[in-house]
Every structure is written in C-alpha cells, then in structure tokens.
Design a binder for this molecule. Structure first.
Ligand SMILES: *[C@@H]1O[C@H](CO)[C@@H](O)[C@H](O)[C@H]1NC(C)=O
Ligand SMILES: *[C@@H]1O[C@H](CO)[C@@H](O)[C@H](O)[C@H]1NC(C)=O
Ligand SMILES: *[C@@H]1O[C@H](CO)[C@@H](O)[C@H](O)[C@H]1NC(C)=O
Length: 390
C-alpha cells in the first residue's frame, strides 16, 4: 500500500508543481481531428457537419468535445503579418466556424507548425507566434496543435515555449498540443510546456503501425500526468484498415495509456460498430480517471506475444488489458501480484466491454475463453476489502 501510494502521490505532486498552468488537460483530451480521414480535403462544411454529427450521434455525451481542424486551413498572411484562412475552403473565415462549434456546446481546435511552413506548405508560425496566438484567441480557438515540419534546426523545448508563452499572454485558456513526433524526447520537458506531446511518428491505419506506437509507450509511461499527457497519436478506429477486434484493442490500450482520445474517422457517415467502440462508457472512464496515472506494461509472455497492461484507478481498483498480439488465440493468466495487489485478496472482476461482472476471484484470474488473435480483454479488478495494495 505505502509504496504504491507514495509513488502515486509523487506523480501528482510532480504534475502540480511543474505542469503548464493553464487549467487544462486535467484528464486526457477527447475530440476529433480532420487529418486521419480527410487529410488536406477539408472545408468549412465538412468541419461543421462533423461537429453536428458529434452531438447527434452521442459522442459529445460520451465526453468528446474538441473539433480540431488540422493542416490546410491557412491561406496566407496579410502585409501586417496576421494569418488568414484559405478563402477557397473557409470562405467565411475561422471565427464563423468557431462560433458555430461553440453554439453546439463544443470546442474548436486549430493546427499550426513551429517551422516557417506547415507540412502541407501552408504558412507556419515561426517568428509569428505572438501574432498567431492573438489571432487564434480573437477567433475563439480553444486548442492549438503545433507540428514540427521545417523546424529541424530548432530546439523543440525552446521553440514550443515561445508559443506556450504567446498563448498564455492572450489570457484565453487554450489547450496546447505539441507534435514533434517524439524528436528529442518531448516527454522529458512536455509537461512544463504543453498539455500533451506526441511520442512517435504518425500512426497509420494498420496493425503494425498501431502496435509500434503502442510499444514505444512502454518505457515512458511515468512521464505523463495531470495537465500533460503522452500522445501516441490519434485514433484510427473506423477508418477501415484494421479489423474491429484490432480497433477494439487500439481503443482499449489508448484508453489505458491515458492517451488523448482524438477520433480520426468520418463522423458524418459513421457505422454502429465504430460508434460502439468510440463511446464504450467504462473504457472511456478508465482513460478519464481523475487519478491520472498512465497505464504501463506490467508483464509479457512468449517474447511479447501476450502482454498485460495495467493502471491504478482512483477507487483503488486496477484497470487491466490482457492483450494477445499473436496470430493464434491464447489465454493469459493475470496474477494479483502483477498489478500491485495482495495475492490472498478477493477481488471483483468486471469486463469493461461487456459491462458485466465476471465474479469474485482470489489471487488470479484467467478467462474461460481464449483471447482471439490481435484481441484483448479489458477488466476492472476491484479488491473487495478496500485494502488494495502492498
Ligand atoms: C498563464 O500562466 C500563469 C503562470 O503559470 C498562470 O497562472 C495562468 O493561469 C496562465 N494563464 C492562461 C490563460 O493560461
Ligand atoms: C468539402 O469537403 C468534403 C470532404 O472532403 C467534400 O466531400 C465536399 O465536396 C467539400 N465541399 C465543398 C463545397 O468543396
Ligand atoms: C492586419 O491586416 C488585416 C487586413 O487588413 C486586418 O484585418 C487586421 O486587423 C490587421 N491586424 C492587425 C493586428 O493590425
């Protein structure tokens, strides 16, 4: 009990003392971003229709609130340096879109770049941070993602600090998402500069890419906390390149890792299966747990083919993902000792996808059904006597 509690308190104290003090990111951010599905093919109607869909399909009620425009909105700069939206795809400007999104009770995010140009060669914020932050605030922007193209000679901690200060100076609360793809270990400085930081190259809509980004989180889970989160990149759930079993694993693990839950699929024409995954209430609750301790890889079997990931929750329970990366079905035994519980302890085991209790177990749990290839079981383990750890 004491060891774990001390470690948890240390994490919280660290976050409180050093976090970027903008009052945001107390739990991982949830929302949608245009890049994974639309790439550069965006315009004001697709952004506004997506925001409307997020409300009507129940995602807003499930916790999603940011509607984030990625690259390809910027048109250029006026002679005085002020950035303006591309009149071809945002003819009414960004404030018009922001006002609409706010009228739905949602928040709006925008994209820029720490270099002279964005990745798609629109204007970047290099040297214009103060001017751009002011413009974003005037438009009513709630979230800024800053990419790293054409910034290769810069130090990310210093460059991102310039934008962080500029955002702070506006007086508007603006979530700051760093996106240097893990360059120079942003997890070591991210929490004092931004609310989240990308830890890996861009995710792609396939199993290998998702698994690679996941495995890169194993050594750095201790660096995230309240106010600033490791970001293994946005969700691909619903984009078609993985099976629904794989998307379920992707969503389970991103939730357990306290990763930002930024959906990246077509919300205007979303299918039921995708919606079920993205709105699973007990899975999202793991991600949004106020204790804010990121899940970690606690055990591997057979050279990593089977894995146990776990995180402590505020109520003393453990959230656990039993993950089978193999191409054959497998069973995984979970021992209480693997997840910081006293072995002799009785605990209620609950299936978080099925939203049903599996029963009371002592010292270990093993599923009666094998876990399918690339699949997982996501559980809550709640000690019945409240004396949750050694
Ligand atoms: C700006 O920074 C100060 C000092 O960290 C903090 O107290 C304040 O809340 C910040 N303001 C905004 C709008 O982020
Ligand atoms: C807006 O973008 C969407 C998605 O790319 C596209 O289907 C639609 O035709 C575009 N609308 C206009 C008016 O360009
Ligand atoms: C810069 O110029 C544009 C276009 O004339 C104008 O709308 C904007 O208010 C100016 N910005 C500042 C900060 O003066």
């Amino acid at each position: 009990m004491i060891k774990v509690a001390t470690a948890l308190l240390a994490t919280i104290a660290f976050a409180t003392v050093n976090a970027l003090d903008n009052g945001l990111g107390l739990t991982p951010q949830m929302g949608w971003n245009s890049w994974n599905f639309y790439a550069c093919n965006i315009n004001e109607s697709v952004i506004m229709d997506t925001a409307k869909a997020m409300v009507s399909n129940g995602m807003a009620d499930a916790g999603y609130k940011y509607v984030n425009i990625d690259d390809c909105w910027a048109g250029g700069r006026y002679p005085n340096g002020t950035v303006y939206a591309d009149p071809n795809n945002f003819p009414n400007g960004i404030k018009y879109v922001a006002d609409y999104i706010h009228s739905l009770g949602l928040k709006i995010g925008i994209y820029t770049d720490a270099g002279t140009e964005t990745c798609q060669k629109r204007v970047g914020s290099y040297g214009y941070e103060i001017n751009d932050a002011q413009t974003y605030a005037e438009w009513g922007i709630d979230y800024v993602k800053e990419d790293w193209c054409y910034a290769t000679l810069e130090n990310p901690e210093q460059r991102y600090q310039i934008m962080a200060n500029a955002l702070n100076s506006t007086g508007r609360q603006i979530f700051f998402s760093l996106c240097d793809w893990g360059y120079l270990s942003p997890w070591t400085f991210g929490i004092s500069v931004g609310n989240s930081w990308r830890t890996t190259p861009d995710i792609k809509d396939n199993w290998d890419s998702m698994l690679a980004n996941l495995m890169a989180q194993a050594p750095i889970s201790s660096f995230s906390g309240i106010g600033g989160w490791n970001d293994p990149d946005m969700l691909e759930v619903g984009n078609g390149g993985m099976s629904s079993i794989e998307y379920t694993s992707h969503f389970s693990l991103w939730s357990l890792l306290n990763a930002p839950l930024i959906a990246g699929c077509d919300l205007i024409d979303i299918d039921d299966e995708t919606l079920q995954i993205l709105t699973a209430p007990e899975v999202i609750a793991v991600n949004q747990d106020p204790l804010g301790v990121q899940g970690s890889l606690v055990k591997s079997f057979n050279g990593g083919l089977q894995q146990i990931w776990a995180k402590p929750m505020l109520d003393g329970s453990r959230a656990v993902v039993l993950f089978n990366t193999d191409t054959n079905p497998a069973s995984i035994q979970l021992n209480w000792a693997d997840i910081w519980l006293v072995p002799s302890q009785d605990a209620i085991v609950r299936d978080l996808w099925a939203q049903s209790n599996l029963g009371s177990y002592t010292s270990s749990f093993e599923s009666t059904n094998e876990i399918p290839p690339h699949g997982c079981i996501m559980l809550s383990i709640l000690p019945s006597n409240g004396n949750s750890s050694n």
